[in-house]
Design a protein around this ligand. Structure first.
Ligand SMILES: Nc1nc2c(ncn2[C@@H]2O[C@H](COP(=O)(O)OP(=O)(O)OP(=O)(O)O)[C@@H](O)[C@H]2O)c(=O)[nH]1
Ligand SMILES: [Mg+2]
Length: 305
């Protein structure tokens, strides 16, 4: 699965962050609790340098609670950030963000100085929704259109905490091919940029190995099949996704499966764990090293000619 995050967009976002950072005391990066690694911005850690950061694991109502807890511990220990798991049906938890900001910048609080914050995150992760809840009124339109984003305004969240109201839209971590699939499953990538069946096969394979009970319950299957192709065929049959000639329409089946996953109908599911990600990162490192060695060998060969 290939995702096109245009270099032009990435460059623009990096530039905007660099310009904004001197005026920001604390960054709030909003992650998708179902994919806390794949929804991270790969360069924010470098760009922010010493600027304190809170990572919000939003949409935690859709994620596996046990994994969310493990991710929070992992992120706090490995990345030196504070974390908070939030969901829009629990606004009180979201309001804790303000307390956490004040706690992290106790010196400023003690000096009665204003704390300037900014929310950043990938598309569709819930930035505007969080801003509206924090502000206690509808300020940011959900669905961040260019025409809506006028000049950067500042919202007073109370208790000396100020939020810049233009959320920075970041690109996710897409070097890892599996991250691309997970972003597609969770809805961070437009449906027009993917093939439902391709993404749904990835989802079906993962669900078979990690969440078999959710599948059994949702689709009323007693004995799950071995492979994702068999599973998709079964779901297609059950949901009446047939082409002429009684063939299963995999694209339609895939679309239905993804819609049911996204709306939480299969239950609370997380699509990656710290262990899975560590393994994948080690594999990426190996691939990168092999590629570099190959390139070096080619260069050496050329210099001998
Ligand atoms: N289930 C669930 N849905 C949420 C949560 N937070 C946001 N959403 C939904 O996710 C969708 C995207 O929310 P937005 O606030 O518009 O996201 P955004 O990050 O501002 O998106 P862009 O402006 O496109 O970058 C909306 O349909 C929200 O209702 C949450 O905690 N749980
Ligand atoms: Mg928005």
């Amino acid at each position: 699965m290939k995702i096109n995050w245009y270099p032009g967009h990435m460059h623009k976002a990096s530039k905007e962050i660099k310009e904004a950072l001197p005026h920001i005391d604390l960054i709030i990066e909003v992650l998708d609790a179902r994919i806390p690694y794949s929804s991270q911005n790969p360069v924010l850690s470098d760009l922010r340098q010493e600027t304190p950061c809170i990572r919000i694991l939003n949409k935690s109502d859709l994620a596996d609670p046990a994994l969310t807890e493990r991710w929070q511990t992992f992120l706090e220990q490995e990345q030196g950030v504070k974390t908070l798991a939030t969901r829009t049906d629990q606004p009180e938890k979201i309001k804790q963000i303000i307390d956490l900001c004040r706690k992290m910048l106790a010196d400023k609080v003690a000096a009665n100085r204003v704390i300037r914050t900014m929310i950043m995150g990938i598309p569709n992760v819930g930035k505007s929704t969080l801003i509206n809840i924090l502000a206690g009124k509808t300020i940011a339109k959900t669905g961040n259109e260019p025409a809506v984003t006028q000049r950067q305004q500042r919202i007073n969240l109370g208790q000396n905490v100020i939020l810049s109201d233009t959320p920075g839209v970041l690109w996710p971590n897409v070097e890892n091919i599996n991250s691309g699939y997970r972003l597609a499953i969770t809805g961070a990538i437009k449906d027009t940029a993917m093939h439902y069946d391709d993404v749904a096969f990835f989802a079906a394979d993962y669900l078979l190995s990690r969440y078999p009970e959710c599948l059994k319950q949702r689709f009323q299957i007693d004995d799950l099949p071995e492979t994702e192709v068999e599973l998709m065929s079964l779901i297609g049959q059950k949901r009446g996704c047939l082409k002429t000639g009684k063939q299963i329409d995999m694209d339609k089946t895939g679309k239905i499966l993804l819609q049911e996953i996204r709306s939480g109908k299969l239950g609370q599911i997380s699509w990656e764990s710290p262990e899975i990600v560590n393994e994948e990162q080690a594999e990426l490192e190996r691939l990168r090293a092999a590629k570099a060695a190959k390139k070096a060998a080619r260069k050496k060969k050329r210099s001998f000619r």
